[in-house]
Design a protein around this ligand. Structure first.
Ligand code: HAM
Length: 420
């Protein structure tokens, strides 16, 4: 008989650890909702051309990492490698930009990149992202960065840092790009890198090989060649971040793997994660909407990697969320007791308490072990003698204190024990 394994490079989350994953997603979502972002649910696959045009043909993401296939109707379909292009496609298609601006949207879910799997690098990855569309205001860039920082802090993470730079705008980037290309043409680069320098010269600055790093150490940097407008925008983003009390370091070498960025770009880096240290990243993309056939509207946003954020929590010894499955664990001893406690469990749940019941006729010892493992604070035990006297036993699991309560008032008593 054959057995099956999940495809390579896909993290799966199951109890009890999945509680941490859900808490990461929910805590970050709460931080963005607090800044007025509304949820958008998007398709997991789109026309291949959307990503080729939106993310850029010369990026690794598009040229090497996409899951692309022909569907039964012969259309070229791609599993979404990132969220921004799909959001902008949806905004244009449904005219969402006709209302009040900025349009603030957030999303979360799976993205797909055919990368070489390693710790923290997956082929199915999860992100929570935001996009704020239609207002070119440096204060909005700062807000986007600050809400991600706030989300991480709410989780209890403190070991992350923010790297920030400006990639310039359409008035200064083309000139800088030629200047950088000129510089790179003068270096003894290998053939592949030389080709990359022609296609996407900024990526060469991001090369990890020490010999290439040494060669590009004196390369011209975008941050030194910003137009007056781009420089002013960047200075204002930094001033707002300072006002917001969000610490950052400037990294003029920061290169993002997607082509649509302009002006502000940033990455959240966690040094406890080894090579895959980027727990989130984003920036401004002022030309993307027009490029995809929409209005000339600007945008800024981020994508936070939920898988890597959970790893960062684990590295820092932070346990996000409540690992307990329930508050009250019901232990019936015998069939009559079971009928009564199943009913009580329903009543407790209706009143908002999380409840489990020991099914399957477990004995007292086994059931109490199960109660401990469930993380419940209280066990509610009902045996024959209790039934006869119209009572039940309420046992506090951590301390072991036990008290007898009236069966008629058991819901109120259990709630009181939980401080509700
Ligand atoms: P990105 O930097 O490609 O940006 O991805 C954002 C985050 O997703 C990364 O910082 C990382 O935490 C996580 N991530 C990416 N690839 C993987 C992987 N293979 N395994 C695990 N985690 C991964 C974007 O996707 C942009 N759409 C973000 C954005 C939104 N920019 C503007 N708006």
């Amino acid at each position: 008989m054959s057995t099956f394994n999940a495809p390579k490079g896909i993290p799966e989350y199951y109890p009890p650890d999945s509680a941490g994953f859900v808490a990461v997603r929910e805590t970050l979502a709460e931080a963005v909702r607090r800044a007025g972002y509304g949820y958008i649910e998007l398709p997991l696959f789109e026309d291949t051309a959307l990503f080729a045009r939106g993310v850029g043909e010369s990026t690794d993401v598009v040229s090497k990492e996409m899951y692309t296939f022909a569907d039964q109707g012969g259309r070229s379909i791609t599993l979404r490698p990132e969220g921004t292009a799909g959001v902008i496609r949806s905004v244009i298609e449904h005219g969402l930009d006709r209302g009040q601006l900025p349009l603030k949207l957030y999303y979360s879910g799976a993205f797909f990149r055919y990368e070489r799997p390693q710790a923290g690098r997956y082929r199915q990855l999860q992100q929570l992202g935001v996009e704020a569309i239609g207002v070119d205001d440096p204060a909005l860039d700062a807000e986007v960065i600050a809400i991600a920082d706030e989300g991480y802090r709410r989780l209890g993470i403190t070991g992350h840092r923010i790297e920030l730079t400006s990639l310039g705008d359409s008035s200064c980037r083309p000139e800088y790009r030629s200047r950088l290309q000129e510089f790179l043409r003068g270096l003894p680069l290998d053939e592949e890198t030389r080709q990359r320098a022609e296609l996407n010269p900024l990526r060469v600055l991001d090369d990890k090989r020490p010999e290439v790093r040494e060669m590009v150490a004196d390369a011209p940097l975008m941050a030194d060649h910003l137009s007056a407008a781009a420089k002013d925008h960047y200075e204002q983003v930094k001033a707002h971040l300072n006002d917001l009390g969000v610490p950052f370091t400037e990294n003029p070498w920061l290169v993002r793997g997607l082509d649509y960025y302009t002006k502000t770009t940033f990455e959240f880096v966690h040094d406890g994660l080894g090579a895959q240290s980027g727990i989130g990243g984003g920036g401004r993309y002022d030309g993307l909407m027009a490029e995809l056939g929409g209005a000339e509207l600007s945008g800024v946003g981020f994508g936070l990697g939920l898988d890597r954020t959970l790893l960062a929590c684990q590295v820092e010894g932070v346990t996000p969320g409540d690992p307990a499955r329930c508050d009250v664990y019901c232990v019936p001893l015998g069939e009559t007791a079971k009928r009564r406690l199943v009913e009580t469990a329903g009543q407790l749940r209706r009143s908002g308490v999380r409840v489990e019941v020991a099914y399957g006729g477990k004995g007292l010892k086994g059931a109490m072990k199960a109660a401990d493992r469930s993380g419940a604070r209280v066990a509610l035990v009902l045996g024959d003698r209790d039934l006869a006297s119209g009572t039940a036993q309420l046992k506090e699991l951590a301390g072991g204190q036990q008290r007898t309560v009236g069966l008629d008032s058991v819901v109120d008593e259990a709630r009181a024990e939980l401080g509700r």
